[in-house]
Design a protein around this ligand. Sequence first.
Ligand SMILES: NC(=O)c1ccc[n+]([C@@H]2O[C@H](COP(=O)([O-])OP(=O)(O)OC[C@H]3O[C@@H](n4cnc5c(N)ncnc54)[C@H](OP(=O)(O)O)[C@@H]3O)[C@@H](O)[C@H]2O)c1
Length: 315
Amino acid sequence: MQYRKIANSDLDVSAICLGSWVFGGDPCWGEAEDARSERVVAEALAGGINFIDTAPIYGSGRSEEVIGRAIKGKRDSVIIATKCGLEKKGHSIRPNLSAKFIREEIERSLRRLQVERVDLYQCHWPDPNTSVRETFGELNKLVTEGKIKHIGVSNFSREEVEKALRVAPIISNQVQYSLLSRDVEDGLMPYCKENDISILSYGSLGGGILTGKYKEPPPVKRGDVKDFFYRYYTEPYWSKAKEFVAVLRRIADGGNVPVSHVAIDWVTSHPEVASCIVGCRTPEQLKENVNASDWSLSDEELDLIEEGYRRIFVK
Ligand SMILES: NC(=O)c1ccc[n+]([C@@H]2O[C@H](COP(=O)([O-])OP(=O)(O)OC[C@H]3O[C@@H](n4cnc5c(N)ncnc54)[C@H](OP(=O)(O)O)[C@@H]3O)[C@@H](O)[C@H]2O)c1
């Protein structure tokens, strides 16, 4: 496993971070099994992963609770990232980065995770209805009080990061970044690089498609993560994604590695990315993904990927 420093911090994180949305058992991801999720965490730590990403919204706290149980007694060897600012009301979810809600959420997260401090506390999505001063002023207070160590953001645009930076020392921006989702390369990533803000990539496997496991598009129900979040599973996108995965498979076969390693290594080949967040539902998936950073794509392979991407997606 490789380890990288998150810019402007003392956090030395594994190049692969364990993502835990799927542990929540939300309808969009399908049922989770807590004992199995805890085994995934144990396998991750055994495989050299020291960085885990979660959020209170994942299963309304269930993902944080699973992680809290799984890391008990191992707190010192784990870097925990969680989030704040998404409020569930009935079936709808709205951003809420008010000081009052942040304060309530951090107390609940600390309790569920069974820790005294969160290492990286991230605003999950921007909240247009709360002032930046209120949100980041409150986060600064949490740092002073020792409840959180560092402040990060997620899904923030360049302009939103710029405003937040005027109030608080932001060290990371967690964004969707994968071989199928490259919008952030335009503007946001160069800005973060210039300002020493690390990128944490999510959806690095496009929700599973970049493992190469789908020969045919899987059934996609309304409200499924593949319907509203990772939209690569239906036409007109699916046919192109399938053609592109064939390019990745040829490279994977040449290196005798799974396709997921090509997808993960492509993300980590960007020095701006401190860690590539990878969701794993089962210990088997974890074991397949965890060694990805021990292998690396050559310049020639990176060129082949770029050529395939441009031919298929950029006409
Ligand atoms: N900040 C945000 O707004 C935000 C948004 C999304 C995600 N995230 C974070 O980023 C993490 C990663 O994203 P993600 O989990 O949504 O998507 P992802 O990492 O692209 O995909 C994860 C899914 O791919 C499948 N998979 C993984 N490895 C596999 C393997 N070796 N073989 C076969 N299938 C495999 C599993 O789903 P199946 O078993 O269902 O196939 C797994 O749950 C999340 O868990 C969360 O921590 C953050």
